[in-house]
Write a protein that binds this ligand. Sequence first.
Ligand code: KG4
Ligand code: ZN
Length: 345
Amino acid sequence: MIGDSEPLVLGIETSCDETGVGIVRGRTLLADAIASSVEQHARFGGVVPEVASRAHLEAMGPTVERALADAGVTFADVDAFAVTAGPGLPGALMVGVAAAKAYALSLGKPLYGVNHLAAHVCVDQLEHGPLPKPCVALLVSGGHSSILLVPDVASDVRALGSTVDDAAGEAFDKVARVLDLGFPGGPVIDRRAREGDPAAIAFPRGKYNDGTYDFSFSGLKTAVARWVEARQRAGEPVPVADVAASFQEAVVDVLVHKALKVCKDNGARDLLIGGGVAANSRLRALAAERCEQAGVRLRVPRPKLCTDNGAMVAALGSELVSSGLAPSELDLPADSSLPIGSVTL
Ligand code: KG4
Ligand code: ZN
């Protein structure tokens, strides 16, 4: 058995539409239970906060039970609880934080309120081992697009760039709506793009060489919508695969370009990509190609660990316990705009 001396940590994630409960021992993943409300949001074309909060409330108890059963442990075995305290949807976060407090208080165990973005970075340790110090992390999802410099995931995470408007995943979702492809848009655009020509349409690459590490995707989204409307007005068919491929290429080109610029400017040799958009096949391929050219090692967790999940929260909780950091107070708040500088609350 892998060292029982390592802490058994149960992590709870409810910042958006996934109720995630993960259990780790040290850096070994024991359970990763998920209940998603994504289907309840599909007809609205985006996550509806009140619907997400209610779904978390219903899923919380059963998902915790499932994770314990999958891991083959009981509440008595848990050494510490961790929960996403922010950033995220306020009502959704509150459900997870309240549940985690109740478990910690009733069982007399420590509770660590953690940062969702740092958790996205830390999860990769479950798959690829300890993170190099420092590493650069590109986090791209429906709610966030950030480039972080990570000297130490337990205590020192710095935001170097972020989107000034839409998140990368949000751009995928909005363009999918324009193309009538449903929600969430990322997976279907990824699929349709495989039959298309990424060079068919020259869509703009916002802020490509502006000297910052920030992104902008709203101009790109508008350019795609205008291009499609013009075709429709002219009564011409819309080449969906070419639009999807050209749009996707514009997004991933900028993401990889900026992430590698951060690596170069900071002398970092390791790049981690996380968040739901990290599941994108073209992003993975282009990043692999350009990282090899640049002599940068690429780490991308498997797709289930890239999207929101409880394992990432447990992974960061375990790191905090091992680093000897103090747990949170039991009056810890849910902070929807928790800054990335705060790894823990
Ligand atoms: O991390 P995540 O599960 O939830 C948050 O938003 O925090 O990410 C979901 C986002 C959605 O916008 C979805 O369209 C996008 O990730 N996504 C993808 C792919 N799979 C999911 N985007 C591009 N390509 C994909 N294969
Ligand atoms: Zn996320």
